[in-house]
Write a protein that binds this ligand. Structure first.
Ligand code: NAD
Length: 295
């Protein structure tokens, strides 16, 4: 039976560490880190994410600045806010909640965020540095960083292992693969054009599943003893659930438990880590800006 990797407990430990760092900074400098969040439109899920990020900031002592723009906001209007936060010395992280409305070019907006405040780690230069041996990105994208942190904090050896990443998106799969490589894993990426992703995944010591397909990874996709990190967040219908639906991962949890050595649940695995990593990126940014070494 696989051990359960408790993302809730691990993320709480990180949030406590962040809060301590913030308190140290406040007492030494009289300053706290600041995170600006730009939300465009009225998507319910985005609103929910933004609210939980603001709440997490407040709990950690980080000041949050938020801007809510209507669906109709132009690129120029959004850029105006990005530039304003780029100039503001009290803001150390800028987060543009994705997705943006269809008429807005996402890359234009993300590329305008100052490299020094790119706490999401999506700036092309940060991604480029992540890909290069011997270069350090200023920020590592939050969800992939959360996946690696779960492995490290549960004592999973990454170096020398074969890791398979399912999915190659800019925000999860690709940076997760680059990060695993930086930790000296041998990495294979499978995606929707891979003829037999199960056959490849079956050879993995570590699996990071980020396809966005409910229950894609079954028992026969896994090598006995594999460690499984499930990034997927997929709503499925469930008449027995309160709201008629529930959230499942990309991995069939019950089946995987009988084969894997360790696995993250959904919910309660990778999800809470993303916010914890955002807070950590913001504090690290503020420490760099103030040249403060609190530990
Ligand atoms: P995406 O749709 O941008 O990318 C999905 C990737 O999976 C693509 O590269 C595609 O080629 C691959 N894929 C799709 N079907 C496949 C299949 N049958 N076999 C192999 N590969 C397949 O998605 P994303 O933004 O990377 O998100 C992936 C999942 O992770 C989603 O469920 C999303 O909700 C979740 N997510 C969770 C968090 C978190 O904080 N926990 C953060 C971001 C995304």
């Amino acid at each position: 039976m696989a051990a359960r990797i408790d993302g809730k407990a691990i993320s709480q430990a990180i949030r406590d560490e962040v809060a301590q760092e913030v308190a140290r900074m406040k007492s030494a400098l009289g300053k706290v880190p600041g995170l600006a969040v730009i939300l465009v439109g009225s998507r319910k899920d985005s609103l929910l994410y933004v609210t939980s990020k603001e709440k997490a900031c407040e709990q950690a002592g980080i000041r949050s600045y938020s801007v809510n723009l209507p669906d109709t906001a132009t690129e120029a209007e959004i850029l105006e806010h990005v530039h304003k936060f780029n100039r503001d010395p009290d803001v150390h992280g800028i987060l543009v909640q994705l997705p943006l409305p269809k008429h807005v070019r996402e890359q234009e907006i993300l590329g305008a965020v100052s490299m020094d405040k790119d706490v999401d780690g999506f700036h092309p230069t940060n991604i480029g540095r992540l890909a290069m041996q011997g270069r350090q990105p200023l920020f590592i994208p939050c969800t992939p960083r959360g996946c690696i942190e779960l492995l490290l904090r549960t004592g999973v050896q990454i170096s020398g292992k074969h890791a398979v990443v399912i999915g190659r998106s800019n925000i999860v799969g690709t940076p997760a693969a680059m990060l695993l490589q930086r930790h000296n894993a041998t990495v294979t990426v499978v995606h929707s054009y891979t003829p037999d992703p199960a056959a490849v995944t079956r050879t993995a010591d570590i699996v990071i599943a980020a396809a966005g397909v409910a229950h894609l990874v079954r028992k026969d996709w896994l090598k006995p003893g594999a460690v499984v990190i499930d990034v997927g967040i997929n709503p499925i219908e469930d008449p027995s659930a309160k709201k008629g639906h529930r959230t499942v991962g990309d991995v069939h949890f019950k089946e995987a438990c009988s084969v894997a050595s360790a696995i993250t649940p959904v919910p309660g695995g990778v999800g809470p880590m993303t916010i914890a990593m955002l807070l950590q990126n913001t504090v690290e940014s503020a420490k760099r800006a103030y040249e403060f070494n609190g530990t």
